[in-house]
Design a protein around this ligand. Sequence first.
Ligand code: ZN
Length: 306
Amino acid sequence: MAIDKKSQKFLEEYLNNASPTGFEFSGQKIWLDYLKPFVDSYFTDTYGTAVGVVNPEAKYKVVIEAHADEISWFVNYITDEGYLYVCRNGGSDQQIAPSKRVNIHTKKGIVKGVFGWPAIHVREKENEPVPTLKNIFIDCGCNSKEEVEKLGIHVGCVITYEDEFMELNKRYWMGRALDNRIGGFMIAEVAKRLHGKKKKLPFGLYVVNAVQEEIGLRGAEMIARRIKPDVAIITDVCHDTHSPMYDQKVSGNQKSGLGPVLTYGPAVHNNVLDMLIATAEKKKIPFQRAAASRQTGYGYRCIRLF
Ligand SMILES: [Zn+2]
């Protein structure tokens, strides 16, 4: 289904804003400001999960949920020579870090840096070094620890990549943390379209953008205790297993463009899943199936546009 220009503008702004796990405030503000006109009320919890509510007076509560946070790095150690060593904030991948440009978030604003790596000429051919947390480092143009500190950088500053929204072949979207800002976009679209139809729902709808998913679903756990929903439909992203190097026998058969993926698993309620499938079949909405051994949970950066 096509999206309108306002929705597209919101998505691009939301994607381009940095919202690292534990520091989601600015992204949550963008999301909630966009959502407010489409809901009856809203609230946030102490850690920053944002919730828009349609029919807050209803007893039966349905949650549709996404997560707002993005994986990032923390400054972990500053050398006397002015290099930064990092630790993960969420499941950041050290293999893809070398040569990536970064934004270091400080109280004085963004400081630019780049993950360095020894040049190809000087690396041992037989024993190529592999990026690990022990050897990847950030160069922010400083010659000493004092210079680094003068820029406002200290241990605990968060670091995100520079990458912004990009369209590939007018078909695919690329961006930082489409996992799971695309889910946040989707649930906001649900509220927007319901509002446009002016149809009274027979239940309370809680549109939830949770914080701290990337470190173990913490925000969702906290807000579930507060809302105490009867039903929750959770959105997240998954892998296009038709990309090179995937083994579909292990990772399943899912392809961008063939519809959303519904996941079977012990933690998924069968009646809710059956209802979603029956509705999709009735409305001729394409969908795909995946299975999860325990709880669900994925990460992927690219989704199909139409
Ligand atoms: Zn996710």
